[in-house]
Design a binder for this molecule. Structure first.
Ligand code: PLP
Length: 387
């Protein structure tokens, strides 16, 4: 029994009472919060480059909009999120009935899993794909149908999703295919034509979930027109989030775009008030601030190059990324390097839970943060500070 906890008839077998999928669930490991690190080590001025947050923060317009509704938080939010849904429908050129709001896009992913998965069917996803796919699949006790990723020495897209291998994993039991484009934690992406062929060819009874959390960071020529695809392929669900480029991770809001019949299913499973009043208001205002998006993309492009050059200077391999993070191969166990960087006040993300034990994922920060991160990495790897 946990220390100090007094519970009558404590049985200690709640895990055994959990449904089978949940019993073996591996917990999601989030990036370490700054407060926690500073409390543990008694240090100050740490930086966190571990959760792909926007170093510029939210749009000031989003902040103002969120603050303006705080006096009204004794009221439930509009459960349908009418204004935001209308604005998203307009942005994407789709009918409002195509939109499903989520408490972060993770909520949307879970709603999709709960809507379509059961212990008698399964979900296909790639090796190294975003950790939430296995979690939502397993919580339901559905089958994991994991396709090997492209090899680390692949010519064009090392560690990338292998769409042919993924198609090969689809069988009669498959209900969902999860695809992250670009993928986290690898930063790899898919060719738009190949992706569209995959969606076109897949069995109509298999829903393709295309997770585009980092869409806005992709170079224009690599951005597939997926909001238009949704109108051609009724089994496609596209997910987006306000957590990354919009800088609203703490408010928890994301959404799906799909055929209205699919959205109708998702909206039945969705909790009636799953997105909060401030989150809806901030998201609506954030959509309008194109200047903030532009500055965020610009800062990210410069930062990605700075980090990549820094890794080259240190003789380290890295996975080419089009997200707001980059994954570096240390060529040795990354855990002690991660720990030593923590002591330098720099929080990055170890990837052992992805079976990438020699890699660290680093979020692109501000110029100062990127430079500080590279300095800490160099100090830890070489035992001395750079000149
Ligand atoms: C960060 C991320 C999300 C977004 O999660 P939210 O719940 O919207 O904060 C979704 N998918 C991937 C691949 C991500 O990296």
């Amino acid at each position: 029994m946990p220390n100090g906890l007094r519970v009558k008839n404590y049985m200690n077998n709640f895990k055994k009472l959990a449904v089978p999928g949940v019993q073996n669930l591996k917990p999601y490991i989030p990036g370490k919060p700054i407060d926690e690190l500073e409390r543990e080590l008694g240090i100050k001025n740490s930086i966190k480059l571990a959760s792909n947050e926007n170093p510029l923060g939210p749009s000031p317009k989003a902040l103002t909009a969120a603050q303006a509704v705080l006096t009204d938080i004794h009221h439930y939010p509009d459960g349908s999120g009418h204004k935001l849904v209308q604005a998203l429908a307009e942005k994407h050129g789709v009918d409002a009935r195509c939109i499903t709001l989520g408490n972060g896009s993770n909520d949307v992913l879970e709603i999709i899993a709960r809507s379509f998965l059961a212990s008698c069917n399964g979900a296909v996803y790639s090796e190294y794909a975003f950790a939430v796919y296995p979690i939502v699949t397993q919580a339901i006790g559905a089958e994991h149908q994991v396709a090997a990723a492209l090899p680390k020495d692949h010519l064009t897209m090392p560690y990338g999703h292998d769409l042919k291998a993924m198609a090969g994993k689809i069988n009669n039991a498959t209900r969902l295919v999860f695809i992250a484009n670009p993928n986290n934690p690898t930063g790899t992406w898919l060719d738009a034509d190949e992706l569209e062929s995959f969606i076109k060819d897949v069995d109509q009874n298999v829903l393709v979930v295309l997770d585009e959390a980092y869409y806005e960071y992709m170079p224009d020529d690599l951005q597939p027109k997926t909001d238009q695809w949704v109108q051609k392929y009724s089994n496609l669900i596209v997910t987006r989030t306000f957590s990354k480029i919009y800088g609203l991770a703490g408010l928890r809001i994301g959404y799906a775009i799909s055929h209205p019949d699919v959205a109708d299913v998702l909206n039945r499973v969705r909790q009636p008030f799953n997105t909060s009043l401030p989150a809806q208001a901030a998201a609506l205002a954030a959509l309008d601030d194109l200047g903030h998006i532009g500055r965020s993309v610009q800062m990210n492009t410069v930062g990605l190059n700075l980090l990549a050059d820094g890794f080259k200077h240190l003789g380290l391999q890295f996975i080419t990324s089009i997200g707001n993070f980059i994954t570096v191969d240390l060529g040795r166990d990354a855990a002690p390097v991660y720990d030593a960087m923590l002591r330098e006040g720099v929080i990055v993300r170890p990837l052992a839970n992805y079976n990438l034990k020699q890699h660290l994922r680093i979020t692109v920060g501000s110029r100062e943060q990127n430079e500080r991160c590279l300095e800490a990495l160099e100090k830890v790897l070489t035992g001395s500070r750079p000149r």
